[in-house]
Write a protein that binds this ligand. Sequence first.
Ligand SMILES: Cc1ncc(COP(=O)(O)O)c(C=O)c1O
Length: 395
Amino acid sequence: MSLDFETIYASNKFANPRLQPPRRAKYDFAVAYADPNSIPNAEILMCLEEALLDYGSELAIYTHTQGNTNLREYLVNKLSHNRDIQVTPDEIILGNGSAEIIDMVCDILLDPHDIVLTDQWVYGGTLKTLRKKMTDIRGVESDEEGMVPELLEQSIKKIIKEGKRPKLLYLIPTFQNPQGFTITSARREKILEITNKYNIPILEDDCYADNRYDGTQVTSFFNLDAEDSVIYVGSFSKIIGPGMALGYMTAPSSVLDMIMNVKRGRVSDFTAMTVEKYANRFLDEHILKINHIQKKRRDSMLSALGENFGTSARWSNPDGGLYIWLELPQGCDVQKLVEKSLNQIDVGFHPGTDYSPDPTKGHNFMRLCYGYNDTEEISTGISKLAEFLSKEEII
Ligand SMILES: Cc1ncc(COP(=O)(O)O)c(C=O)c1O
């Protein structure tokens, strides 16, 4: 007889375990992979050698608890230059990817049943974390400029009427995952006015800020905030690769202290010292290169959508990031078609339900990631998808 874990699992076990597709498709529009051919292996190898020659003996000791000092120094310059964020190395903490940092931030802020405000459609990894904490997640609607401030305030007032208070606003303000929009700076200011009025901190998840191909950079919430209410998180996953598993944060100092109280894992000094060498020498150039590639892939997906979906669907038109958010006719259910699409046409996508705080919603949406396949594959994959959806009588 085997032990029945169903009777033992904690009550916060995740309600919707199907976050990853069961297997990779040839036309993989599901998961946000970097372009495999753009991973700068030769430069990384060179930097690894340099890092080991310069600092290899330091691998014998436990690294600084906030993470590699040289990499934090690099990040001070990067944040100042790209995100108008002025901090010192002591105000930066490294993590094993930004997901770990988001998890720690939720650990220090949230108790079960606390209310967290997010976008109406939001990154599934964070939803998973929030569900694990047994929080009450409330989605707020957005338009192409991001979360609508008036709707945010309405939602806050409704929560206050219920005798509760929202504990946190989680935002991906730049190239939102999955919707692709960037919140304009005017709107960022309005949102901050509201959150400051109601004493709600913002968790600014900015991991796509460097992946811009069009338009001009919009300053960070962290920079606009005058009330020390923003916690900022970034990552190397979208500018080198998720395999680096390296993220970082900065926040008001009392928050950083609390994070250090809950932080258990160490960030690999081996990775951090290599990335520091790489980033100082090559990263800016590499970002230009990958953005050039991703822009072409985005354009290829947009034109394939136009040619194959015409007016039977609507989709976002992002200035950067990795995703297009596709809205199909109301009443259809693409969640049911994930497996069939993999098996019949080798096309992977994520259904909108994976991004919905309310798991009963999102059936007629899908997220399409254009980071992995080349332009020709994207074009073929989208045409296969359209044909498939047409056979399924969805479009
Ligand atoms: C919005 C957002 N935040 C965080 C993450 C996690 O990134 P990391 O690889 O740094 O843990 C992702 C990954 O796709 C993401 O899209």
